[in-house]
Write a protein that binds this ligand. Structure first.
Ligand code: UGA
Length: 453
């Protein structure tokens, strides 16, 4: 069975490649000729662990191909996935659907009767129906089906998330499209992975609701971390204690500098706009957006406060990507924090294991681009960890201390234990763990030990 995937961004390239891994023949289509000619040589435009190997393997097996020609790309495919970008519109925060609609218009002339068009891009409620209208208008005689099948993969673990998902959500409005999607997801249905069939709008909203809820969890724990700093409580223990309740769950309770990436910031804005357009309230989503924007600025202020002032000082900034294991810097906290430090007169030395190229396109000013951690730290007045790369968590602390002018480390990912850092002679500032520095180190002690203490 042949599948066509339009768009070779994160979602398109990973989905297309993983469908070949599931045994289908896939053609990935993109207008970007340079990207396609590189993909034909198995050169992957993104840093995504495990993806390159799968692309190579399935190209060799003759299951995966790439083209910039939409007509030939969709020729043999009965199922066409639209996985193009839906960036935030400049004017009102809504999802820009122009790429989705353009793809729909273009395929209309080239697909066969009974084709199934699947929207994998994250799109607002009602988009699948609009796509239906666009195709019907462009080719009135065509018999086709439109399906909504949002993607829940995370950057950095995209392949695993795609092939072993927690669930698959599929919105359909016909028996034929239901049967077609059952055939595609049969390998997962056989593995007892929940594959949920619903209507088009419910499927579209489920995607936004999931992302907005996870974003809310992060915004909430960040608020608790601030409260910990004021009250002397310990955020690690609060998260742990909350997360053990299965109704809450332990994931997405890690405090940090504010969520970033191409999804949570974009999708919360879009969900707010969807609610507004429908005349529904979105107070929670509204506060999540505002709290997260404020947090990134607050992180810059925290660094400035820790340094007394940053004017004329050199700060080493470790990490530029919005999280570890990706080269993506979109809406990364670093993109707010670093310009704020520069604005306040600091010179910022930056280093990231994989994010340098993308960051160079968007950061400017008094920035020194470093080749490694040592170069960034050497002679700097202080350091700040912005992204939780393993390389930073495994730094030799004695070396870090010897490289810095003063042993001041602001850690916005809580990579180290405050007690250990104090012993190592650091002025260590992290999130929501002031109490540990004051000596309240009870974490992970056995109950007996606690009783005696
Ligand atoms: C997110 C969702 O997790 C995916 O399920 C979804 O498919 C994807 O968006 C999308 O819509 O395409 P992703 O953007 O790759 O995936 O990133 P996450 O790993 O979810 O992290 C998002 C942000 O939250 C990062 O800045 C991360 O550092 C932050 N975060 C995450 C925290 O601050 N604390 C946490 O406990 C977890």
């Amino acid at each position: 069975m042949s599948i066509a995937v339009i768009g070779t961004g994160y979602v398109g390239l990973v989905s297309g490649t993983c469908f070949t891994e599931m045994g289908f023949d896939v053609t990935c289509i993109d207008k970007d000729q340079t990207k396609i000619s590189r993909l034909k040589k198995a050169q992957i435009p993104i840093y995504e662990p495990g993806l390159k190997e799968l692309v190579k393997k399935n190209m060799r097996a003759g299951r995966l191909s790439f083209t910039d020609n939409l007509k030939t790309g969709v020729k043999d495919a009965k199922t066409i996935f639209i996985a193009v970008g839906t960036p935030t519109s400049e004017n009102d925060g809504s999802a820009d659907l122009s790429y989705v609609f353009a793809a729909a218009r273009e395929i209309a002339a080239h697909i066969e009767n009974d084709s199934v068009v699947v929207i994998k891009s994250t799109v607002p409620l009602g988009t699948s129906r609009k796509v239906k209208g666009i195709i019907a208008k462009a080719n009135p005689r065509l018999k086709f089906h439109v399906v909504s099948n949002p993607e829940f993969l995370r950057e950095g673990r995209a392949v695993k998330d795609f092939l072993q998902p927690d669930r698959v959500i599929i919105g359909v409005d016909s028996e034929k499209s239901l049967a077609a999607m059952q055939r595609i997801y049969q390998p997962m249905i056989s593995e007892n992975i929940p594959v949920i069939f619903t209507d088009l709008e419910t499927s579209e909203l489920t995607k936004y609701a999931a992302n907005a809820f996870l974003a809310a969890k992060i915004a909430f724990i960040n608020e608790m971390a601030d409260l910990c700093d004021k009250s002397g409580a310990n955020i690690d223990d609060v998260s742990h204690g909350m997360g053990l309740d299965p109704r809450i769950g332990k994931d997405y309770l890690k405090t940090g500098p504010g969520f970033g990436g191409s999804c949570f910031p974009k999708d919360t804005l879009a969900l707010r706009k969807i609610a507004f357009d429908l005349g529904a309230e979105s107070e929670i989503v509204e506060s999540v957006i505002a709290a997260n924007d404020k947090r990134k600025i607050a992180m810059a202020k925290k660094i400035i406060k820790a340094n007394g002032e940053v004017k004329g000082k050199t700060i080493a900034a470790l990490g530029l990507t919005f999280k570890a294991d990706t080269d993506d810097v979109r809406a990364s906290a670093a993109l707010t924090i670093i310009p704020e430090l520069v604005k306040n007169g600091a010179k910022v030395r930056v280093y990231d294991p994989h994010g340098m190229n993308n960051a160079r396109k968007v950061l400017s000013g008094a920035i020194e681009w470093c080749d490694d951690v040592t170069q960034a730290l050497k002679g700097a007045d202080s350091a700040v960890i912005i992204t939780e790369w393993r390389e930073f968590a495994e730094m030799d602390l004695a070396k870090v201390k010897s490289l810095l002018k003063k042993p001041l480390l602001v850690d916005l990912r809580n990579l180290f234990h405050p007690g250990d850092m104090k012993k190592a002679g650091f002025n260590y500032i992290s999130l929501g763990r002031e109490a540990v520095l004051q000596g309240a180190e009870t974490r992970n002690r056995k109950p007996e030990a606690r009783k005696k203490a």
